[in-house]
Each structure stands twice: as structure tokens, then as C-alpha cells.
Design a protein around this ligand. Sequence first.
Ligand code: 13P
Ligand code: ZN
Length: 269
Amino acid sequence: MMIRNNKELMAEIGRIAEVAGYLWTKGWAERNGGNISVNVTALVREEEKKMPAITPPIALQEAVPALGGHIFYVTGTGKRMRYVAKEPLANGSIIRISYDGMSFEIIAEEAIAPTSELPSHLLMHNYLRSSGKDSRVVLHTHPTDLIGLSHCKPFMQSETITRLLWSMIPECRIIVPRGIGIVPYEIPGTIELAHATIKQLQKHDVVFWEKHGILAVGEDIIDCFDAIDTLSKSAQIYFSARMAGYEPEGMTDKQLEDLVPAFGLDKIG
Ligand code: 13P
Ligand code: ZN
């Protein structure tokens, strides 16, 4: 059985490759920086779901019971986004979670070991699914400007950084309506990082990993990219004003509040 014959699945993998290319051209993906996982279960046919595995089961550190039997595309550990963009199936793999949610196996197309951030990605998918959300995408990347902000302690407060970036341009309030969650520094790839991140998802769709990177969850990979891109734009406006020698005024509270009814946004914070 050839996964490549599944047009809907290949179209989604094409969109993942498109975004991987943006991450590289944006300068957010040095070497193997960043990783992507997408729950593609709805796009996989019943007979494909039963494909024989090409690796033995690999135990997960923590079970993900809400994901039993689910299928994901995940980028490979150590793989470069600029190559994911060209050959997503040679730089990532399709994995199937066991029915008890305690392990996974690779079912296609090559035995490419998944990202070292798989514990975080799967715990996030597990959390999102068990809370009834249709968010199928987790996107993690290393935008220079946003990581730069995360080196400044006063900014590492959710309300402070959200207010600052929202106030640089109206679109930011509209495109990132639930604001930014903060995860204080943790070693990349650890279960501690995973736990700290899922806590933030209760309130936010975008999370900063202090001194490391940013992460977005959502229904669509292009939307996840757009959220991070808009935050990066705000950070650039802030930094260019500071570099020109002045503190940017920022939108006023009233200007920000007026966007809520005008764009039908949920009021938070
Ligand atoms: P991987 O190559 O294992 O995906 O790691 C990249 C990264 O950004 C870790 O946070
Ligand atoms: Zn990273």
C-alpha cells in the first residue's frame, strides 16, 4: 500500500512542506531548528490505518490515551526544515499511536526517528483532543526576534508580552486573540517542558519557550504559521523603533478594546 496514492493526505503533507519552506526562508530554522506534527487521522483511509509497521513499537514516556489509534505526520529529529520543504517524507514519518496510547510505531514511508520534541507534541495533541478541540497541528520554530524578547525577564510575563505585541499593530490582537503563554526555560525535549506547555494551552494557542522558541497549536498549519509570523512582525516593529532611539507609543487600551466588538473577538485578560 502506498501512502503516496492518498491524494488528500499528500495535499496536507504538501501544506506542511510549504510551511517548512517559510520557516527556513524566514530565518527561523537554523540547522534542524523547529519541528512539526499534524494529526492526519481523518485523511487516512481505514485500510491505510492498518498498514504494517516498519519499526517495532517505541514506548512513550507518558501515555496519550486520547490518541489511541491516531495517525500523525511528524518531522524527523535532526532534520532540516529546508529539506522537509523539498522532501517531507524523507525528512519526517507517519506514525501510529497504539490503542492503549502507550507507544507508537512508524508506518510510512521510511524509518525516520521523530522529533526529540515528540513528548511535548503528543501530550499537547492528547490535551487538545481530550478537551474537545479540533486543533490538529503543533508547530514549533525558532524566530530570532521573539527568542530575543524572551531573554528580557520583564517580558516573560504573559500579560506584559501579550500587551506589548498586541499594541504594535491591530492585526496582532485579531490574529492571536488568546494571547501568549510563557513557559520558563526547560531542557529541550523533556517531559517537564511538555507538562509546562500543556498547562499554558488552557488559556493560549501560542506559547513562548523562554530562550528557546515559540510554539503554536491550531486547526490549520497555515494559520499556526500566520500567528507566529504576526507576532514576529510586532516584535520587529518594537525593535526597529527601539533601534531608531525611541520607545514606540503602542496602541492605547481603548484602541485595543475597540477591536473586540469590531472583529467579534473574545475578551480576555
Ligand atoms: P529536533 O531536530 O529533534 O526536532 O529538534 C529541534 C528543536 O527545535 C528542538 O527544540
Ligand atoms: Zn526548538
